[in-house]
Design a protein around this ligand. Structure first.
Ligand SMILES: Cc1cc2nc3c(=O)[nH]c(=O)nc-3n(C[C@H](O)[C@H](O)[C@H](O)COP(=O)(O)OP(=O)(O)OC[C@H]3O[C@@H](n4cnc5c(N)ncnc54)[C@H](O)[C@@H]3O)c2cc1C
Length: 384
């Protein structure tokens, strides 16, 4: 059953797709979102509504319940509309852009049939779990172990800061399946709700992105059938690196959309708000700040469009992804900070658009590779 959405069959047209996303979010999600932010938990109905609307699994082929749109611009449009509607984004990116893509790219036919239709319909929620309590920057240093015993793996260890960690029914985790140097012997396993030995903590209390759940996951002799191995054993690090450009591009899209949104919002505010008998935006100091931000955000938009184009052509590398993720998320943070200042006390209110944008922006330079780790990748690529 598809939820009523205008022009659902006409998603080839970007304008129609955008309009459909916008109308759907305003009608079905915006009225509920405040409650999720207060609870720090997305309601399960959200996922089913998203699925019924056709907004999940955009790039997954119709054979497995998706829309079969390989053009990444569709994903960018969804992100932009989520940002404009002030709806929490990371959970959707993790589900749609990361896990569904992993399974679609790496899963065997049986796994795709088993999981993808329910991920696309929103009946199952997905998460990706790499980060461990001992550290997340060094993704090659995985301590969670999976020992093969007959037709299952016995998994021991834990993960933390996992987006959708409370709601997730299917979690792709990185485990160590073979002793060896860092980065070697890593495999990807799918953990499913209810598996013996798998538990989760309480929702973690974040400072931003409050309308998404984040949790710790624990594996204590968790029995995972070998049929839940994704891709080949011990190639996890290679798969992880292959998927990174997409993940980092998705975070860059959030960064550019957020910077544009808060800047637009701030321009409206400073043209109305007055001090010393003139509008805030008419002071030379503020005009120059806004002129600089306007220019940088426009550069970011061109940079993003160019990167999406490269991605669509299969030419977007790990280093390209490191560059754009580093630069756009740092810019987002700067824009959010300056714009908060221009809102004065209102900007410091948690529920103001400027306040929320500032808090949300802070995570963007941390997950998906911190700015420091990304600059390591960039500097290596130029021979340093
Ligand atoms: C809101 C949110 C959602 C998240 N969702 C997920 C998720 O769904 N799945 C998942 O697996 N993880 C998730 N994470 C975890 C995230 O990926 C990690 O927090 C991140 O990779 C950093 O790891 P860490 O927190 O262990 O920091 P650490 O690795 O302890 O790093 C601490 C500091 O040291 C710096 N540092 C590390 N190495 C270097 C270096 N070589 N040079 C200079 N500085 C360095 C880092 O940049 C950072 O500033 C999420 C995090 C947040 C905040």
């Amino acid at each position: 059953m598809r939820i009523e959405i205008d022009n659902f069959d006409n998603f080839d047209n970007f304008d129609n797709y955008r309009k459909s996303c916008r109308e759907f979010l305003q009608r079905e999600i915006v009225p509920e979102h405040q409650k999720w932010e207060e609870n720090g938990l997305v309601e399960r109905s959200f996922w089913e509504k998203l699925g019924q609307s056709g907004l999940l699994g955009i790039s997954v082929s119709p054979e497995f319940g998706g829309l079969g749109k390989n053009d990444y611009r569709f994903a960018v449009i969804l992100t932009e509309e989520l940002i404009k509607a002030s709806v929490t984004v990371p959970g959707i990116v993790a589900h749609n852009d990361i896990v569904a893509s992993y399974i679609f790219a790496l899963g065997n036919k049986e796994q795709k049939k088993r999981w993808l239709p329910e991920l696309c319909s929103g009946k199952r929620v997905a998460a990706i779990a790499m980060t461990e309590p001992s550290g997340g920057s060094n993704t090659a240093d995985i301590k969670t172990v999976a020992k093969r015993q007959g037709d299952y793996y016995l998994v021991n260890g834990g993960k933390t800061y996992i987006t959708n960690g409370i709601n997730a029914d299917l979690i792709v985790i990185a485990v160590k399946t073979k002793e060896g140097q860092q980065g070697q012997g890593i495999s990807l396993l799918a953990i499913e709700r209810g598996m013996p030995g798998f538990t989760r903590g309480e929702p973690l209390k974040k400072i931003g992105w409050n309308g998404s759940d984040t949790a710790e996951l624990f594996f204590d002799d968790c029995k995972v059938p070998i049929t839940n191995l994704i891709g080949r054993e011990n190639l996890g690090n290679y798969y992880f690196m292959s998927a990174m450009p997409r993940e980092r591009l998705s975070i860059s899209a959030v960064a550019v959309a957020s910077a544009e949104h808060i800047l637009q919002n701030t321009l409206e505010y400073v043209k109305e708000r007055t001090a010393f008998n003139q509008t805030i935006g008419s002071f030379q100091y503020n005009r120059f700040i806004l002129a600089q931000l306007d220019t940088e955000v426009k550069i970011a938009r061109i940079y993003l469009d160019n990167s999406v184009d490269l991605f669509n052509q299969g030419l977007f590398s790990l280093v390209d992804a490191a560059r754009i993720k580093w630069w756009t998320t740092e810019l987002q943070m700067k824009v959010a900070d300056r714009c908060l200042q221009l809102h004065g006390g209102l900007g410091y209110m948690r529920d103001s658009i400027a306040g929320k944008n500032w808090l949300n922006s802070r995570a963007q330079t941390i997950y998906g590779g911190t700015s420091e780790v990304l600059q390591e990748i960039i500097s290596k690529s130029i021979g340093l």
